[in-house]
Design a protein around this ligand. Structure first.
Ligand code: ADP
Ligand code: MG
Length: 582
């Protein structure tokens, strides 16, 4: 008996679906890209959800549509109008070309597809209803030119996949993120994102980068950007990046890059951009970058990944060098500091863009790079008040500091110890935050609440985090369109209300799964890290002594909350060995 057989179409389509349709956001991506390929001027994305997950996705476009026969064919595996021969792969100008998306989506959902060809003389549009890949009905209905795709019951017939979907908030955040990216990379198209029947997001298809950035992130954000444009080596670059000295992030969530109009993610490109900043970028921080990169299509291969986000370059090193140069030049031109981004943004009237609420931050002002000592003094005092007055452990005697980062001291047995001042203070702060979070008074109300402008994604997930944040001592409340107010922060430090800290906490809380205790722990660790003495900070002997006293009062003085050592011991016998005295 033969054991090998060719798989039937249904099984094949399920396998393909697994690759293309990972989650709701991938459906949105494929449908929107089809709309863009169909020359749409405006695209509307509607999403609904209940407690079980995203229940419905509808994408409507005013593109060139299809006739009834093509519509039926479009749902077949490998059916496409975009390429026909192998050599076409070298000159792809559309976003899609594999002919997989519609078949894959239809295999794992219930689709209602309505399409009418542009310029068609018939008043009727073709409608197909397809469940799990099977055509249920085919009819003619009245509809405007263009295409509307409604997806109900995503993964209804693939329970395993359905189970892998994250919380509604997280799936929604991915959808927002996807639409943001699509809007940023298709600036001539107007996008509307609706959730539960309400408009959440709109761009106007003006073609201008700042307009779209303002629509997505708020007008205030565009003031922190500077333009990049020109040809450098192999690449032409056009777009915007964060001005030196503006707010940077610790996560690389704001890289929006396209290569020859195709949005891509690429660690190498991100690296090249950061290299271009050189010393203008604080260590561990990331700028925002919205860049269109153009280069000879023969230098780049986009056909490497099913969802086509990754790219390969034939001369990778040269491409990176060119991009790095482009960024470097943009940052070293005089206008960087002249606020030219601001002048260019308002090509739309304010009532359309929506006035952004002025963001002032009393805490920020207090936090301006103060006289270096004062600042450290404050950071140390913060943890002092909560520390037990006495510690029974011996407090090592400070001998000095090296590299403005390590405290050199002597312990009770006369061994030499080296303490990482940041890791040590982190341990102290973290312990206090944990203790406070277990008590009823973990928070302190701010006299002046701090407004913070959140991204759509943050706004989508924040409601899910409020309980955990409250345990940490945070109270946040919605205020304006994309502004929330920080009303209360952990008792140990009022700087924990800094927008930068809140952004980091939200992004950290979302990073990975876990029960509420685990999420709380991540929140506390992030907060602790932000509020304490950093490396590269000179400390005077008295400050170092106080830090060591606080450290010895903690339960586990020898590791920081992330498990790295706070202290290295060089015992006398070890020293003797090193000097070959034994
Ligand atoms: P691909 O986009 O890779 O060609 P799809 O499965 O996404 O594959 O779509 C199959 C075909 O259906 C497309 O090549 C296109 O001709 C047609 N199509 C899909 N969506 C639309 C749309 N919104 N408007 C017009 N034509 C569409
Ligand atoms: Mg497609």
């Amino acid at each position: 008996m033969n054991r090998i057989h060719v798989l039937d179409e249904e099984t094949i389509s399920h396998i393909a679906a697994g690759e293309v349709v990972e989650r709701a956001a991938s459906v949105v991506k494929e449908l929107v890209e089809n709309a863009v390929d169909a020359d749409a001027r405006s695209i509307r994305i509607e999403v609904s959800a209940d407690t079980t997950g995203i229940t419905r996705i509808a994408v409507t476009d005013d593109g060139f549509g299809m006739n009834s026969d093509d519509a039926l064919l479009a749902f077949r595996q490998h059916a496409t109008s975009k390429i026909s021969r192998p050599e076409d792969l070298d000159g792809i100008t559309t976003l899609g070309f594999r002919g997989e998306a519609l078949a894959s989506i239809a295999a794992v959902s219930k689709v209602t597809f309505t399409t009418k060809e542009r310029g068609s003389s018939s008043p009727e549009a073709a409608r197909l209803v397809i469940h799990g890949g099977e055509v249920i009905t085919r009819s003619a209905v009245g509809a405007p030119e263009g295409t509307s795709v409604i997806i109900d019951g995503l993964f209804y017939n693939t329970p395993a996949r359905r189970k892998f979907q994250k919380s509604v908030a997280t799936e929604l955040a991915h959808v927002y993120d996807m639409v943001e990216r699509l809007a940023l990379s298709n600036r001539n198209v107007s996008f509307v994102l609706m959730y539960q029947g309400k408009e959440r997001f709109r761009t106007f298809g003006t073609g201008s980068y700042p307009d779209v950035i303002a629509g997505v992130f708020g007008t205030g954000f565009t003031r922190e950007l500077t333009p990049v444009s020109g040809t450098y080596g192999l690449v032409s670059v056009d777009g915007w990046i964060t001005k030196p000295g503006s707010e940077m992030k610790t996560t690389q969530t704001r890289f929006y890059l396209s290569i020859n109009s195709r949005q891509v993610t690429s660690r190498q490109l991100q690296w090249a951009i950061r290299e271009g900043y050189g010393t203008l970028l604080p260590k561990g921080m990331y700028p925002a970058a919205f860049l269109d990169i153009t280069l000879d299509p023969r230098e780049v291969d986009v056909n490497v990944h099913p969802t086509k986000k990754e790219v390969r370059f034939s001369r990778e090193r040269d491409v990176m060098r060119s991009l790095q140069d482009a960024v470097y030049h943009a940052l070293h031109e005089e206008r960087v500091f002249s606020g030219s981004a601001e002048e260019k943004i308002m090509t739309l009237p304010a009532e359309i863009v929506g006035e952004s609420v002025p963001v002032y931050s009393p805490v920020r002002v207090r936090n301006l790079p103060a006289a270096p000592f004062k600042q450290t003094e404050k950071q140390l005092r913060r943890t002092e008040s909560d520390a037990p007055a006495e510690t029974t452990s011996f407090v090592p005697e400070v001998l000095g500091q090296i590299g403005d980062t390590y405290i050199i001291a002597k312990n009770e047995t006369g061994d030499l110890i080296v303490v990482d001042q940041h890791a040590a203070h982190e341990r102290i702060m973290y312990d206090q935050l944990v203790a406070r979070s277990a008590s009823a008074d973990s928070g302190q109300e701010l006299i002046v609440p701090i407004p913070i402008t959140l991204s759509k994604k943050e706004i989508a997930v924040l409601p899910d985090l409020l309980d955990v944040l409250a345990r940490a001592g945070y109270v946040l409340e919605p205020f304006g369109k994309d502004v929330w107010m920080v009303r209360s922060v952990p008792v140990v430090s009022s700087t924990l209300g800094d927008p930068e800290v809140i952004h980091a906490i939200i992004s950290e809380a979302l990073d990975g799964v876990g029960n509420t205790d685990e999420v709380l722990d991540r929140v506390l660790k992030t907060a602790a890290c932000r509020a304490v003495v950093k490396g590269n900070t000179p400390l005077n002997p008295e400050e170092m002594q106080r830090l060591l006293r606080q450290l010895m009062a903690t339960k586990s003085p020898y590791t920081c909350p992330h498990g790295r050592p706070t202290t290295i011991v060089l015992s006398k016998s070890r020293l003797a060995g090193m000097f070959l005295r034994t």
